[in-house]
Design a protein around this ligand. Structure first.
Ligand code: SF4
Ligand code: SF4
Length: 357
């Protein structure tokens, strides 16, 4: 039997798994909404069991669930009591600092039946993290703090690794898995979840992550390296206003220094994106987002040096290419219907009695 047949017929190590998806960090639910646009795979493909070899997946996400109120919250309480095993915890939204105030709460979900008080997001993290097989942070708020953690915020918000520690490991030995983006790119999120499900099923090795705990195959390259406007940059042909098809670096694009695959991947089914379709890259996947990229619509500080260097030869290269482009846009002169063959053909082999070489 071929290896592919063995894998297709192999039962997963884990038959069923739960995905407990908390949107109760400081969040806008944009990552949940974004993920509904995924096709590689889609949420439906995963929960309907359309992917061979995967465990049966039960998704508990408040934006998508049928259940409401106590019916929905029961899964959280079961997970905290160790009765929902195994589960992957997904966190959406940043983690507020609940220890900077004497009373009240910044973010919460559900009510503690004993105290009648809201259960804070932080309390849920403390209860669930030790029991989760893996934790995935969806979006830049959960990964690195994001917009809620920008300078001047009152909540002291942070990303999950700042809260649990960058060296945190799950009970299965997995580090926190960060899938940044504001919002997360749909297929980046589902592909990461799929990888983890394959890993749990015993069909994939440890997920490869970089120092910022991002999947390397998704965040190993820059926006600029995948941008289809890169040739304008190389030829020092820059947009000076929005709406231009040229390179956007002078109107605020941070693509050359940002780790993200959206220019290569598009947004939904290869359609849309950011600089590739006319929007500056504001670095929304980055740990330094948003403060280190503001004001967004000013040219990045390093852009004037790099564009001046490119400008020294880019203009000349562009003119030379324009000349060659005109040349290769013309057919060779022997394409005609005149009575003479002018292609340069010499009957070296045909018609000289020697047959074809
Ligand atoms: S638009 Fe941005 S990402 Fe694209 S080539 Fe220009 S600087 Fe690079
Ligand atoms: S290209 Fe830039 S703005 Fe667009 S998703 Fe990637 S990091 Fe965010």
């Amino acid at each position: 039997m071929k290896t592919s047949e063995v894998l297709a017929n192999r039962l997963p190590d884990v038959k069923e798994i739960h995905i407990v998806w908390m949107t109760s960090g400081l969040s806008c639910d944009g990552d949940s909404i974004s993920t509904t646009a995924a096709t590689l795979p889609s949420i439906e493909d995963v929960v309907m069991g359309n992917i061979p070899g995967l465990p049966k997946v039960h998704l508990h996400n408040p934006v998508l669930a049928y259940e409401v109120g106590g019916d929905f919250m029961k899964y959280w309480h079961m997970a905290a009591q160790g009765k929902l095993d195994p589960f992957v915890l997904v966190l959406e939204g940043s983690v507020p600092n609940e220890s900077i105030k004497a009373e009240g709460y910044w973010a919460a979900m559900g009510t503690d039946p004993h105290t009648g008080q809201p259960i804070t997001t932080n309390e849920w993290i403390d209860r669930l993290a030790p029991k989760a097989l893996a934790i995935v942070c969806a979006g830049t708020c959960a990964t690195y703090g994001g917009i809620h953690a920008m300078e001047g915020n009152p909540t002291g918000a942070m990303g999950l690794a700042d809260y649990l520690g960058w060296n945190w490991r799950s009970k299965a030995g997995l580090p926190i898995v960060n899938v940044p983006g504001c919002p997360v790119q749909p297929d980046n999120m589902m592909e990461t979840l799929l990888y983890l499900l394959y890993q749990v099923a015993g069909l994939a090795p440890m997920i490869p992550l970089d120092e910022q705990l991002r999947p390397t195959w998704l965040f190993g390259k820059t926006v600029h390296e995948g941008c289809d406007r890169g040739s304008y940059y190389e030829q020092a042909d820059f947009a000076h206003e929005y709406g231009s098809p040229k390179c956007l670096v002078k109107v605020g694009c941070w693509g050359p220094v940002v780790n993200c695959n959206v220019t290569k991947r598009g947004w939904m089914d290869g359609i849309g994106g950011c600089p590739n379709v006319g929007g500056i890259c504001i670095g929304c996947t980055m740990p330094g987002f948003p403060d280190k990229f503001m004001p967004f619509m000013d040219a990045p500080p390093g852009a004037s040096l790099s564009t001046s260097v490119v400008g020294m030869w880019g203009g000349v290269v562009r003119k030379l290419r324009a000349i060659t482009n005109r040349t290769v846009n013309k057919e060779p002169k022997w394409h005609h219907r005149g009575p003479e063959l002018t292609t340069g053909y010499r009957p070296k082999y045909y018609g000289n009695g020697h047959g074809r070489g």
